[in-house]
Write a protein that binds this ligand. Structure first.
Ligand code: DWN
Length: 394
């Protein structure tokens, strides 16, 4: 393993806190490594999953309208591919607020598995049956005994969060129908490095997947990657279709993406040699810009308090002296402080009356949607600072 990026000591990005609890805030090293064996890029400093995912978790997928639209389309795609009948079972691991399964309840049986009770409660209110807990072999055995085998198991923006991959893949094999499919969506390493999305590095994200190490992983457990697709969520992700080993031919998309990765140098350490200096260059440009604007008496706020935004704020060392407040649509985050940088999170309604001179767009992965949505604010003179893939003002 060779370290390819160090971002310093950071608090968990989804642990938004009230002023009174700041004393308990802990920081952990945030370093990224490249594996010479299978080309996997990952963290080695693993923070206990109970510290990261707990009964007061702050991320609600449905707080982002474009993401709801994405998962609606994703559900339609799976329904078309796999002729689901009312008796079929679709299980979503890390189902959050039921953002995907809500689109299956009219078609078949669904079951969510979500470790954060407060988020699972929102899914249940949507009629999505949800078990509160982490997915394990034991839970898979219980579920298959109670509900039968699953035709489809999904794990979106969660497969990269898991340290014990053997436990989850073996659990999937227990619960999955022999001709079932295990579909995952994870941030794609190629997009991360090509678009300098270093802010998506945080403790929840243990692995930064490319297709090569995923093929190795499933091979180890008697499964295979049957097909892959690139999707545009979270700055660029891969939707991977895995199944139990079979005689059915593998779709060309797998060899095509493996070849693209090879051509892009993604399987060799050299590809990452400038990762640190390039990340620091973006940081330095952003810090200089914001601090110069403040010196000129300009007001600077931020838009969206995503997990990735907290990596960026802390890597830049920003405080509320630099950024007065950050707006977010997630009720759970409003009224709390951003982890580490301790900037107040407020309701987006403030922008109906307040006209900041500049707004740092932390939720850059929804750039087009947000710039469109905030036309009137921009007409009032507010400029947006886009930090990734390079700092620009629009
Ligand atoms: O792994 C994870 C990734 C995949 O998703 C999770 N553990 C956490 C999450 O990361 P994130 O917080 O960076 O995800 P989002 O979806 O980019 O977060 C966007 C944030 O911006 C949300 O808090 C909602 C907010 N938002 C907003 O305030 N106004 C979003 C939109 C679209 C808006 O218009």
């Amino acid at each position: 393993m060779t370290r390819i990026l160090t971002l310093g000591e950071h608090p968990p990005v989804d642990n938004f806190l009230p002023e009174t609890e700041l004393v308990n805030e802990k920081r952990f090293p945030l370093n990224v490594y490249f594996c010479h064996g299978c080309s996997l890029v990952k963290l080695l400093d693993v923070v206990d999953e109970k510290v990261l995912f707990h009964g007061d978790y702050a991320y609600f997928s449905s707080a982002s309208k474009p993401l709801v639209q994405h998962f609606n389309g994703y559900a339609d795609d799976l329904k078309q591919r796999y002729a689901l009948t009312p008796d079929d079972l679709v299980v979503d691991i890390g189902s959050n607020d039921g953002i995907l399964l809500q689109f299956f309840t009219d078609t078949c049986r669904v079951l969510g598995i979500e470790p954060s009770a407060n988020v699972a409660a929102v899914a249940r209110d949507k009629g999505v049956e949800t078990i509160v807990g982490f997915f394990t072999r034991a839970l898979a055995t219980e579920v298959s005994a109670a509900h039968g085998k699953a035709k489809i198991i999904t794990a979106n923006n969660v497969f990269a969060h898991i340290d014990d991959l053997e436990e989850i893949v073996e659990g999937v094999k227990v619960l999955l129908d022999d001709d079932g499919v295990f579909v995952t969506e994870s941030h794609y390493l190629l997009d991360l490095i090509e678009h300098m999305e270093f802010d998506t590095v945080y403790h929840e994200h243990l692995c930064y997947y490319s297709v090569k190490p995923l093929c190795h992983l499933f091979e180890r457990f008697g499964m295979e990657v049957a097909a892959v697709e690139r999707v545009n969520t979270h700055g660029g992700s891969i939707r991977v279709f895995a199944r139990k080993k079979s005689d059915t031919p593998i779709h060309d998309s797998v060899s095509e993406l493996l070849a693209l990765e090879e051509r892009s140098g993604l399987h060799s350490l050299a590809r990452f040699q400038d990762f640190q200096t390039d990340a620091e260059a973006i940081r330095d440009t952003l810090v200089t810009l914001v601090r110069d604007l403040r010196k000129e008496g300009k007001t600077v706020t931020a838009y969206g308090a995503p997990a990735k935004g907290n990596t960026l704020l802390n890597f830049c060392g920003f405080t509320k002296d630099d950024i007065t407040y950050v707006t977010d649509t997630t009720p759970h985050k409003i009224g709390l402080l951003t982890p580490g940088s301790h900037i107040p999170v407020v309701s987006p309604e403030i922008l109906e009356t307040d006209t900041p001179d500049y707004i740092l767009l932390l939720a850059w992965n929804y750039r087009d949607f947000i710039l469109e949505k905030e036309q009137s604010l921009r007409a009032r003179g507010t400029k947006f600072i886009i930090p990734i893939p390079n700092v620009e003002i629009v």
